[in-house]
Design a protein around this ligand. Structure first.
Ligand SMILES: CC(=O)N[C@H]1[C@@H](OP(=O)(O)OP(=O)(O)OC[C@H]2O[C@@H](n3ccc(=O)[nH]c3=O)[C@H](O)[C@@H]2O)O[C@H](CO)[C@@H](O)[C@@H]1O[C@H](C)C(=O)N[C@@H](C)C(=O)N[C@H](CCC(=O)O)C(=O)O
Ligand SMILES: Nc1ncnc2c1ncn2[C@@H]1O[C@H](COP(=O)(O)OP(=O)(O)OP(=O)(O)O)[C@@H](O)[C@H]1O
Length: 530
């Protein structure tokens, strides 16, 4: 079954199951997860065909995992799970209180259902027996881009590949829409078993800090884990940068990964490499960093892209290029290349694949996507300070041209980053237009005001020449940016990248920055690339 556009989460969930499941006895599943059967009346041990922790999308034959969430307990929804075909439930002691006295399916109890979920899924889907080789990429920025590059290199080497990440999942080129950056463990083991059935040999996967916090990647063994960088984001979940770092660091332990490649150009990367618990190769963009195992040297810029040499301390070298703009994409390209090498690829074969197929120039939807050349008009996914600064530095206006930026901030997510995003925009752009991103359930005006206050602070103290505007809705802000632009300017529309809708108070409104920007450019008489 090829799912190009699953219409609902239920259809997607159905796809994430391997085909022709023989089933595993519930007692065997409980044994694997350390779950203890409870209730004398529950003697049956049904065959389990799948796993879900979302009662709404339980599939017939599933074991339903009733987790204790931040807002609700999943066991509250056991009736929904049963009506969708759940054959058994595993929950915690708190969950038992929500179960009706007369229950038609067997129950087992574990101390922590989230932790047990990966073991349950592994037992049901047999991923301990058969799974593709896994590449994990973590870090604040660059995960999606690096995984796209790893997939492209592996394909250039002739492998059948899979991808799991923010934009999409894919198996042998078939696109499977993605809901989370890193899916729930219950879904991950299912999709990996499915990929193994399709003879996918290697999978490049994004590992978010949320997924490490919630144990979504437990019971997976990564051949190579890659670290991009760590800068401020997600403090709503982590509270402090130290907690954020320690969460990411879990990936670089024998429990999760066999080997690692770490960019050591930020202090957290340096710490990670220094205290490595698994074989780790360090990588730096600084050609003078003699402590790094791999360095980027002989950097040359051509057009928007770059060519460079990856040089190891032991004398090995690879010459390659990426057409993607921004020095950060050199970092992503270098990381992807060294990760593939660390997985055992031969240097000569890799060099030939890089030369023949140019895999590091792979287009990544909504990442530094160039919509027009004059003015330079770019849509990018930058949604934190570091990415915004780097994306703005990467767009080059012509002589005497200005940088114009349009951006917002997501509602109900890390609010602490907003003032700094505003300040960064004011420092790196000449015209700053704050607008809406995904407000979710938050009122959009205060979000814009917090961004604008940050920008105003930097204007008052550092850069009086920057002009600031606060404009909503987003389409109007984009059109306003273009109305101000001259042919030698550069416009960056940041924050939403590949996304095609905006979540306003729980309602998805159609909105694609690439379409809005192209339409506005045409309206004002500019030529676009589409
Ligand atoms: C903040 C966060 O990550 N929340 C996750 C967390 O939610 P929670 O603890 O609040 O769960 P809850 O809403 O109390 O629900 C508990 C249980 O009751 C069930 N329930 C709940 C309510 C209801 O009406 N009906 C119902 O059945 C739920 O299905 C669940 O089984 O546990 C849920 C179940 O495991 C996750 O689905 C949920 O992820 C939500 C969807 C989410 O948006 N997560 C994002 C932030 C995330 O994980 N993002 C990262 C990338 C971040 C980045 O880099 O930008 C990712 O990997 O995608
Ligand atoms: N190595 C990097 N360092 C800093 N910024 C980067 C890097 N790579 C990409 N970026 C910036 O971050 C944005 C997001 O890139 P990408 O989607 O590859 O990262 P991500 O880690 O997957 O992000 P997210 O977790 O939010 O989906 C890009 O649009 C770009 O502006």
């Amino acid at each position: 079954m090829v799912v190009q556009n699953p219409g609902t989460p239920r259809e997607l969930e159905r796809y994430l199951r391997p085909e022709n499941m023989a089933g595993v006895g519930f007692d065997q599943v409980c044994g694997a997860a350390g779950a203890v059967r409870t209730g004398a009346q529950f003697n049956a041990a049904p065959q389990i065909l799948g796993v879900s922790l979302n009662p709404q999308i339980v599939q017939p034959g599933d074991v339903f995992l009733g987790i204790s969430g931040a807002k609700r307990h999943g066991a509250e929804f056991v009736d929904t799970a049963i009506s969708n075909g759940a054959r058994a439930i595993i929950t915690d002691t708190a969950g038992l209180d929500f179960l009706p006295e007369e229950l038609s399916i067997p129950v087992a109890v574990v101390a922590d259902v989230r932790k047990a979920a990966a073991q349950v899924a592994q037992a049901v889907y047999g991923t301990d027996q058969r799974s593709p080789q896994l590449f994990a990429v973590t870090g604040t920025n660059g995960k999606t881009t690096t995984t796209f590059m790893i997939r492209a290199i592996l394909e250039a080497l002739g492998e059948e590949t899979g991808l799991i990440g923010t934009i999409e999942m894919s198996a042998r080129g078939q696109i499977i829409p993605s809901v989370l950056t890193t899916p729930e463990s219950t879904q991950l083991h299912g999709v990996l078993a499915r990929m193994a059935q399709q003879d996918v040999s290697s999978v490049a996967m994004e590992v978010s800090s949320h997924s490490l916090s919630y144990g979504r990647v437990d019971a997976l063994n990564f051949a190579v884990a890659g670290y991009t960088n760590l800068t401020q984001d997600h403090l709503d979940l982590h509270g402090t940068m130290e907690d954020y770092f320690q969460t990411k660091a879990q990936l670089f332990t024998p429990e999760h990964s066999a080997s690692a490649v770490v960019m050591v150009d930020d202090p957290y990367g340096a710490r990670l490499a220094e205290h490595a618990q698994i074989p780790t190769q360090s990588l730096s963009l600084d050609e003078n960093n003699e402590l790094a195992d791999w360095r980027v040297t002989d950097l040359a810029h051509s057009g928007l892209g770059h060519s460079f040499t990856l040089r190891n301390r032991d004398g090995r070298l690879l010459r390659t290029r990426t057409a993607l703009p921004g020095m950060f994409n050199v970092a992503n390209a270098a990381l992807a290349t060294v990760m593939v090498l660390a997985s055992g690829a031969e240097l000569d074969a890799l060099q030939k694949a890089l030369d023949a197929k140019d895999p590091l120039s792979v287009a990544v939807p909504g990442r530094m996507q160039v919509v027009a050349e004059s003015p330079v008009a770019v849509v990018d996914f930058a949604h934190n300070s570091d990415a915004l600064a780097k994306a703005l530095d990467s767009i080059r206006p012509g002589a005497n041209g200005r940088r114009i930026v349009v951006f917002g901030a997501t509602g109900e997510r890390d609010k602490t980053k907003r003032p700094d995003m505003g300040a960064v925009a004011a420092r790196h752009a000449d015209i700053v237009i704050v607008t809406d991103d995904d407000p979710h359930g938050e009122a959009p005006e205060p979000i814009r005001e917090q961004l604008a206050a940050g920008a105003q602070g930097a204007i008052d103290t550092e850069r009086a020449e920057t002009q600031l505007f606060n404009i909503a809705p987003r389409a109007k802000a984009v059109e306003f940016a273009v109305s101000l632009a001259q042919a030698n300017d550069a416009i960056l529309v940041a924050g939403r990248g590949h996304e095609v809708s905006q979540d306003v108070a729980g309602i998805d409104v159609e909105l694609d920055d690439r379409v809005e920007l192209a339409n506005a450019l045409k309206l004002h008489g500019f030529v676009t690339n589409s």
